[in-house]
Design a binder for this molecule. Sequence first.
Ligand SMILES: Cc1cc2nc3c(=O)[nH]c(=O)nc-3n(C[C@H](O)[C@H](O)[C@H](O)COP(=O)(O)OP(=O)(O)OC[C@H]3O[C@@H](n4cnc5c(N)ncnc54)[C@H](O)[C@@H]3O)c2cc1C
Length: 411
Amino acid sequence: MILSPGSFLCTMKNMLGVNILMLEWVIIGAGIHGCTTAAHLAYADPSLTRDNRLLLIDSEATPLAAWDRLTARVGMKYLRSPGVHHLHPEASDLFRFAKRNDYDLSHFSDTSKKPSVSVFRRHCEKVVEEMNLTFCFQQASAFHIDRCTDGWRIETDQGAIFTRRVVLATGTKEHCSLPSWLPSNGDQRAYHLHQKQELTPVAPPVTIIGGGMSGVQAALELGHRYPSQATLAIRHPLRVWEYDSAPEWMGGKYKQTCKRALTFSERKNVISRARRPGSITKNLYRQIRREQNLGHLHVKQEAVQNVTPGPAAWLIHGEKTTWKARAILCATGDQYHPVHSPLLARLIDSYGLPLTPCGYPALAAHSLAWAEGLYVSGPLADFAIGPTARNISGARMAASCIQQETRNAFI
Ligand SMILES: Cc1cc2nc3c(=O)[nH]c(=O)nc-3n(C[C@H](O)[C@H](O)[C@H](O)COP(=O)(O)OP(=O)(O)OC[C@H]3O[C@@H](n4cnc5c(N)ncnc54)[C@H](O)[C@@H]3O)c2cc1C
């Protein structure tokens, strides 16, 4: 039994009549989505964290560890999303925080005031501290979820936890895989930029595969570090979109659309058409072109067909040319699907949870409850939140809906 977050207010008896500690909320996954939900619940009812009735668990050692690692790894300077998207329920809170702490205008980019990674990070720390989230955090990996009297029992590598309500905010990063053309011989010089394992330091020449935000930012970073020894390989011309979906989807448009698009297949089409995967902002596009013109960075627009490993370097065979790389960094997306996660596959199977034809939670628009007391955020909330479900604006929408739904349940 996990004991560290002290006094659980509520107890229940098991079949043998032994008292079991019962939490109010357990959030599985302390990434942007899990922390945003935790923050929304805690700001609405500070006693949840003060009295240890909410527990946030993650297989990582600290909240937001995956976010910190990835943003640092790709060399991200500014967020893609505007400064009103962050963990705190009040949209203006990050700007207020920046003003109070004398962050100057250089910490905000473009007219939509995209915050620098550093001000965003400091603001996350402020929210985590203000709401006691570190105290309510436990490092643990969940591997089974089962129903129990009045709630759910979560089996983790640190013991069992009992809770009235669970939020699944497990993200997609456990599911990133290297392209099929990379031999799976365990060679340490090919990595996925989103992988959990640390990358060993890379030596030039280096090739980055993928023309989305992660690939392009990493290419810029490596082009600065190793001028003219970094290559960005892209399959198609760079796609420029300011956000990862058209901005109108950040509001209530999806909810309205769902009133017309009734079937899940229709909704899936709406979501796929609205998303802009593998695209970059105008600002990054300009930087890439500048570095390319200065000769600091090579950009090859050709699909990689295969690679042959050599003693000191890979030979990369594209459609038109062949080039050398001592390290290959892939930013080729995540192959996410709920049933690829053993935790979710078993849960779906055991309780016959409703699924869309494509195997995602079948949820009504803006309703995050997949079963009684079982909520989702992130990719699992695709059909409830729509095109923005996976980004920070989606995290805010999901958190606010979860909080609203549970509040209504007690009125
Ligand atoms: C480099 C980068 C930059 C981005 N920039 C932006 C941006 O500017 N604006 C924007 O809106 N979006 C951005 N995104 C997209 C999105 O907001 C982020 O990917 C965000 O981190 C997703 O958060 P998450 O909580 O869903 O997933 P994650 O960050 O992956 O968190 C999920 C957590 O769940 C944990 N977990 C999973 N399974 C278990 C389990 N069984 N037991 C315990 N813990 C578990 C994992 O360890 C992980 O910490 C960016 C993404 C990347 C990669």
